[in-house]
Design a protein around this ligand. Structure first.
Ligand code: ADP
Length: 353
């Protein structure tokens, strides 16, 4: 029971189109940790907030995620862990306790009444882009080994020089995709985006493969072979490269293009192969649009976040190869360990504003 070991200092929410993310702080280092990821925030808090309003306390940031469609699970979790009793109070007037917690994402609006009714919590809304950028800046500056490249099946952590972080392109692949040019703390512009994102992979994947969960779809893509579905340059050129314009025979000429040439029905295809083609198509497309935006603004570094990635090697590889290929090695794709929690961390950071 985390309540006995560590008092919860505060918590913050990012309720997106697909997933609701929760970040909360528990005192005590050897406490109990929920979720899959952890960073030790004592240093983080000290660095980011100074001793101004927060003592350097020993503790942990805990990360949790729930499907937004099962928002009740999140409410139940907060209730069962009594997180709503330890948060920051804006007005500590007996009998009139107003609990405020920071929340971002569309769900901060959509579910505001539900939180108020069920838990007596008022959601203090923070702008989604502000939170994304604040979260990314914070994690990149404070967490050692937050960013890494993924090339040739090798994960390599990147040392980020605090004085040389900006400018960069932040690509957040959630349900939809946002591309943000970041030039400093609070200095950013959403320059592009695409609706072909994580929600597309999950939605289209469900329709095409009948899989029951996102994890199942992802799992299937591990085992699939996209060449069964995609039309490759070699399929068109009879196995040879189209070397004049630099296309290898293995390059995808048309995603899903092979499905037109057979007399096969959808059930004749392996769902694994479909999942893999779909993942490839979406990752490639995002990598390409990202690169074009990096080029547009002369940005050399692109950080990719959002829960679509899920540290999936194939996804990261596809994005990296796309960025590398289109930029002729000029731009670098980097991934974040706390990929899906940027907004929630940003909301958390704004708790003492
Ligand atoms: P949002 O804030 O829009 O919900 P996220 O960064 O949380 O964005 O990413 C959501 C996307 O992550 C989904 O559209 C899906 O592609 C992917 N995803 C990863 N894990 C899951 C999961 N367990 N359930 C549903 N979607 C998941």
């Amino acid at each position: 029971d985390p309540n006995q070991s560590g008092r919860v200092y505060h918590l913050a929410l990012d309720i997106g189109g697909s997933l609701a993310k929760l970040v909360y702080f528990t005192k005590k280092d050897d406490g109990y940790v929920h979720g899959e990821e952890r960073i030790s925030p004592q240093e983080a808090l000290a660095k980011s907030k100074g001793s101004r309003s927060y003592p350097v306390v020993k503790g942990r940031l805990n990360f949790m995620r729930f499907e937004t469609s099962k928002i009740n699970d999140l409410l139940e979790f907060i209730k069962s862990e009594k997180l709503h009793l330890g948060g920051s109070r804006q007005q500590d007037v007996p009998g009139n306790q107003n609990m405020f917690i920071k929340a971002t994402g569309g769900g901060a609006y959509k579910y505001a009444d539900l939180f108020k009714e069920r838990l007596g919590i008022s959601l203090d809304k923070e702008d989604e882009m502000d939170c994304l950028v604040a979260g990314a800046n914070f994690l990149l500056k404070v967490v050692p080994e937050e960013a890494f490249t993924y090339l040739d099946e090798q994960k390599q952590f990147v040392q980020i020089d605090h004085n040389d972080l900006y400018p960069y392109l932040l690509v957040n692949i959630g349900s939809g995709v946002s591309m943000i040019k970041v030039e400093g703390a609070g200095k950013f512009e959403r320059v592009s985006g695409t609706s072909i994102g994580g929600g597309t992979f999950w939605g289209l994947g469900r329709l095409l493969t009948k899989c029951k969960s996102f994890d199942e779809l992802l799992e299937m893509s591990y085992r699939g072979n996209n060449r069964v579905i995609d039309m490759l340059v070699g399929d068109i050129y009879g196995g040879t490269d189209y070397s004049k314009i630099g296309l290898a025979s293995t390059a995808i000429a048309s995603s899903f293009g092979k499905a037109i040439s057979d007399n096969k029905k959808i059930e004749d295809y392996n769902p694994e192969d479909i999942a893999r083609s779909l993942l490839r198509m979406i990752s490639n497309n995002i990598g390409q649009i990202s690169y074009l935006n990096a080029l547009r603004f002369g940005l050399k570094r692109i950080f990719f976040g959002g829960f679509f990635i899920r540290s999936h090697p194939f996804t990261m590889d596809t994005i990296s190869v796309a960025v590398n290929y289109w930029s002729k090695g000029e731009a670098k794709a980097m991934f974040l360990r706390h990929e899906g929690f940027l907004g929630a961390v940003g909301a958390f950071m704004s708790s003492d504003k």
